[in-house]
Design a protein around this ligand. Sequence first.
Ligand SMILES: Cc1cc2nc3c(=O)[nH]c(=O)nc-3n(C[C@H](O)[C@H](O)[C@H](O)COP(=O)(O)OP(=O)(O)OC[C@H]3O[C@@H](n4cnc5c(N)ncnc54)[C@H](O)[C@@H]3O)c2cc1C
Length: 591
Amino acid sequence: MSKLAWAYEAPLRDMRFVLEHVLDAPAAWAACPAQAQLDLETACAVLEQGARFATGRLQPLNGPGDLEGCRLEPDGRVRTPAGFGAAYQAFVEAGWPALAGDPAWGGQGLGLLLDGLVREMLDACNHAWNMYPDLLHGAAATLAAHGSEELKARYLPRLVSGQWLAAMALTEPQAGSDLGLLRTRAEPRADGSLRVSGNKIFISGGDHDLSDNIVHLVLCRLPDAPPGTRGLSLALVPRLLPDGTRNSMSCEGLEKKMGIKASATCAMRYEGATGWLVGEPGRGLQAMFVMMNSARLHVALQGLGHAEMAMQNALRYALERRQSRAPGPRGEQAGAADPIARHPAIRHALLALQAQVEAARVIAARAGLALDLAEHHPEPARRAAEQARAALLTPLLKSQLTRLGFEGASAALQVFGGYGYVHEYGVEQSVRDARVAMIYEGTNEVQAADLVQRKLLGDRAAALQALLGECEAEAGACASAPGLEDFAQALRGQCDAARAALEALLAPRDPALLLALAPDVMEALWWLLSAWAFAASARAALRAEPADAAWRQGKLERMRYGACWLLPRASLHWNRIISGAPALPELHAAQ
Ligand SMILES: Cc1cc2nc3c(=O)[nH]c(=O)nc-3n(C[C@H](O)[C@H](O)[C@H](O)COP(=O)(O)OP(=O)(O)OC[C@H]3O[C@@H](n4cnc5c(N)ncnc54)[C@H](O)[C@@H]3O)c2cc1C
């Protein structure tokens, strides 16, 4: 067997299919004056260029970057692996950071739907490298929404262009998920600036050599701030001050970690560093949420990128690697082993990955479209509805795509057998790199609590009711499309279960029990969304031009596999929510 190199073919065809046939994005763009310049051909040309950059510039740096890692030099500067800086310069020169940026600040205004598809490819090819520019959009959006005019004028054009990079400084040793515990202090100075002092840990891109200046958005406390999250304020603290001198902040160390070794994870010390308030005193967390929500969707796309990459490589390997005879019709000479792709166990593994990745792409793209419509649609009611949709989808995507990224990479490693566990085939790096996305940007447990407490119970599930209405309409459309009755039935089953579960959730209940059910709510709703994506994709495949019958057939088979083989997994979660469960017992130290 020849040794297969870890390789990636950007899923451009599937992306086009999602834009054109599943979501009808061109109609949405045409309805929004700010995006009316965007059409399908332009969007696909952007995606092609993005694919070229990801595969040509970033993928060759992925394995070497993992081996080399980052270093903290004696001069206090963090050095990224060879080639990272040049790739970033090329990225900026080609205008990629500005893709979704606001044209008022130099952006191209092409929207978050398109930007998300490009990010999926960048993450698939080099998660660690993409950690550096990944925070730019969120930092710029936070500043645009909450910064003073002076701060906007000074920082926004350079953040939008990518000339300067950004870091998000929340975590402290004692304050992880619970940001109310953080201690970094900010004292007002007479000139209106702040003096920021404290220690932050785990700060991605806190220092590096990709850009001279790094704009830190630091969560901190003003004097006399009340304890807890209500006492938090947000400060912009740049590495270089406006006069070009170094600010009083330094990277004190780099974390040695399991994966994304080429991403600098910094312990930062701010020693009376100069900063400026962003937003109102005591309302830092609200301002920071603009950045965190953007970052959560980007982290979700890291998971999708890993899952696609792992799936493609496992499939190529499975078609080449031969072991044992598989059941079914025999070709070739007697006694010859079959490709492992013919063994039902491996077929299950790969079909499950393909179906989930393709459904996940549809759902993630729907969230990107929701954000674009929330920003640009001329009707206020539609903008509000799309904002609520995006808010509902954010914790679902963050949690479930990062799970898919890690579990997908792990499933791919299993397909490679022992060769997957050794370094040279590349899949073990994906498993290591993908794992962190379940932890940072709000752990997946925190996402589940957010989903139940804020996104469902917060508005008496109004956003979910709207989603259910669309799912039921899709089930109706499939029911009247010849050959799609099984998709209609599968989606209706999920909708009925969701309505019963919603009734149970909205009934008065012990809040502790609701939180105990949060992981089930998360998974069950993800299967509902997947059922919608399987059905909508199948119907779109039938509607699309039958130019390539084999492609259409493959799409239908994968979506049907999802609807028939995967959706039964949802029952466990719906049942637990509907029938309830006894209170969780407390844990005790081991006897
Ligand atoms: C590689 C890497 C990069 C990072 N980059 C950044 C960055 O750029 N900026 C930044 O500010 N931070 C960053 N972080 C920090 C990251 O956001 C935190 O690690 C994360 O928020 C969790 O905090 P913690 O590690 O202290 O875990 P803890 O909060 O101590 O959580 C431990 C466990 O308890 C669970 N748990 C905690 N609270 C709850 C709850 N209320 N409900 C249910 N379960 C709960 C968690 O889910 C987790 O399983 C990074 C971390 C890593 C590893």
